[in-house]
Every structure is written in structure tokens, then in C-alpha cells.
Write a protein that binds this ligand. Structure first.
Ligand code: ASP
Length: 329
């Protein structure tokens, strides 16, 4: 972990230009549309163990030379379609009024991005977010408007509330205590980051959000810069956990900017969690997990509590890795 003094001195060095990119590299960079430092890619990384099947689907796209943005879209569609996954797409836990409302975002390293918030009845919000990016002059469509756009573009309207999710909601209704808590070990949002053979980076993030939330609540996942950010020149980051903490610190953008200033992905994730610790009273009651990757394919992860893990796919090889975390005692 980087301590504060090291952070301050790095910031000072960066301000003096000492950590800046050397002249020779700037010249190469200027001649190339993407940053030239390339490492162990293609690769794909995603939050939690439901990332396995998702990464496998993404890897198929990357391996055949497909783009990172196609890979992440195809990848996260897997948990979105899984009725047993209680936190994403079909089968996601509803809000406190019994509605399944979905948030999703997608971003390419060239800055193009799209998202949907508070979307009901559509199993694949990520593909609607993709269309917002590709086919509209906007970044975010929300609620009824997002649904209308999806239906106009051929998406089918479905009931996303499965029997399993309905039962969980009915059990919650017995006490109906409104305490939005993200279970520290529970498996939430999928955030996925990928780098393709052309060295472009992209990310996707999709969720049904905090279970039994207030109707209309939108989390970090569909907010570009909070739940997801990607920049071909630097890297990408994504978040899972109690979205309000990520929104208040604009977590994913913060991590990418840390990397832009010379931090490794691991250092960036640790500093992102540290920002939450310093700024948000009561942070210890919630879990946040950050994932980051730089353009060289180096990865990082860090969480507030024990229990966050992530799935990495590279060279056709899969690894499920436990993240390090802040609260050790
Ligand atoms: N970050 C998501 C949200 O706050 C939830 C999660 O990751 O489980 O909506």
C-alpha cells in the first residue's frame, strides 16, 4: 500500500514534470493513436466468481481478433441472462416495491460510452447501453425513455422477476427494514475490463443494484467515471459494492487518473479505497471492490473488506484471485 507521504511526494514530482512521460516516448505516442507500451494482452478481467463464464465468453471474442468492446458486451450478457444470479439482469433482486430495475454502462478507450439507468423489463441492459453509445448523440437514457428506446430497437419486454427473487423479496417484506447493506461476501455487479489484440481497451458494468432499494434509486454502475471508466492511453477501472460510496468519490475515474499519474493498477485501487476511508464516515459498514488494468495488461484489485475476488483470463488460462483488502483486524 502507498502511504500518504509517498502519495504527496509523487503528486509533487508529477507537478514538477519528473514523473511525466519522457520526450522520446511522447514523440512515439504522438505518432500513434494509442499508447505504445504493450504487455501481456489480450486479456479480460471481471469482478467476482461469476466472472468465469462471462470471461470465457469475452475471451472467445478476443481470441478470434474481435474488439474489446464486443468482448465485454458479450461477456457480461452471460450473467445478465442467468436466472440464478440474484444481482444482474434476469433474476436480479427487486427494489422494495417489487420492481426489478437495472443499471448498465459500457465504455471504449477512445472515450465513447453509453449507459442506461432504472431500466425495467429488458434482460440485457448492457446491449441497450451499447446502442445508446452507438446510435444516439447521448450518454445516458433512463427509466421509461430507456425502455422505449430498447423496444423501438427490437428488444423484447420480459418479466425479470423470477420465482426465486420474488420469494426473497417476500421474505424481506416481513420486516421490510430499509437498510441498504451490501453483504460483504455477497456477489454483486459484474464489472468487466478487456484489452484486445489491437490494444484497445473497453469496459462494461451491469447490475440490478442494491437489493430492496428505494424505487428510482440509481447506483454507481451506470455512471461513467463512477462504476466504470476506460482510456486507451492509460487503462480502465470498475467497481462493485455499495454504489453511493463510489459515486461520492467518482471511483473509477479517480483510479484511471491515479494510473495516468504513474501509479500501478494495484496502487491505484489501494488509493481509491483510501479515498473512501478518508472521506466517508461509516465506510466500514460497506463493501467496495475495485478492479483496474493498465495498457500493459497489469492488473490490480483492492477492497474494504475481505471477501472480494475477481476472475482473470489471459493466454486462454483462467484464474480466480482473492483481492487484498483494507480492514485487516
Ligand atoms: N454497485 C452496485 C450498486 O450500488 C451494487 C453492487 O455492486 O452490488 O448499485
Amino acid at each position: 500500500m502507498i502511504n500518504r507521504r509517498k502519495f504527496i511526494s509523487r503528486t509533487a514530482l508529477a507537478a514538477m514534470g519528473i514523473l511525466a512521460i519522457p520526450a522520446w516516448l511522447r514523440a512515439v505516442k504522438a505518432a500513434s493513436p494509442v499508447f505504445p507500451l504493450r504487455g501481456n494482452t489480450p486479456m479480460v478481467i471481471s469482478t467476482w466468481n461469476h466472472g468465469y463464464e462471462a470471461n470465457e465468453a469475452a475471451w472467445k471474442v478476443l481470441e478470434s481478433g474481435g474488439s474489446a468492446v464486443d468482448a465485454v458486451e458479450q461477456g457480461v450478457r452471460v450473467p445478465e441472462a442467468d436466472p440464478d444470479n440474484l444481482s444482474v439482469g434476469l433474476g436480479g433482486l427487486p427494489d422494495r416495491d417489487g420492481h426489478v430495475t437495472l443499471d448498465a454502462s459500457i465504455m471504449k478507450g477512445n472515450g465513447e460510452c453509453g449507459s442506461v439507468t432504472f431500466l425495467e423489463h429488458i434482460k440485457h441492459p448492457i446491449s441497450v447501453a451499447r446502442l445508446v453509445m452507438d446510435k444516439t448523440p447521448h450518454v445516458i437514457l433512463s427509466g421509461e425513455g430507456a425502455l422505449q428506446f430498447a423496444l423501438e430497437n427490437g428488444f423484447g419486454k420480459e418479466n425479470l422477476l423470477t420465482e426465486k427473487a420474488k420469494k426473497a423479496w417476500e421474505e424481506w417484506l416481513v420486516k421490510a427494514e430499509y437498510e441498504p447493506v451490501i453483504n460483504i461476501e455477497n456477489h454483486d455487479t459484474i464489472g468487466m475490463l478487456a484489452i484486445d489484440k489491437q490494444h484497445h481497451i473497453a469496459g462494461a458494468c451491469t447490475t440490478s443494484g442494491v437489493s430492496f432499494k428505494m424505487h428510482g434509486r440509481v447506483g454507481d454502475s451506470p455512471v461513467i467515471g463512477a462504476g466504470l471508466y476506460a482510456d486507451d492511453e492509460v487503462g480502465a477501472a470498475t467497481a462493485t459494492g455499495m454504489g453511493e460510496l463510489v459515486l461520492k468519490t467518482l471511483g473509477s475515474f479517480l483510479l484511471v487518473e491515479f494510473m495516468r499519474n504513474g501509479y500501478s493498477p494495484q496502487e491505484a485501487c489501494e488509493e481509491g479505497i483510501k479515498r473512501i476511508v478518508e472521506k466517508i464516515p461509516g465506510y466500514e459498514n460497506f463493501q467496495i471492490g475495485y478492479l483496474a488494468v493498465n495498457t500493459s495488461g497489469e492488473t490490480g484489485a483492492y477492497a474494504i473488506h475481505k471477501g472480494f475476488n475477481y476472475a482473470l483470463f489471459r493466454d486462454g488460462k483462467f484464474e480466480l484471485i482473492d483481492s487484498d483488502y483494507y480492514l485487516k483486524s
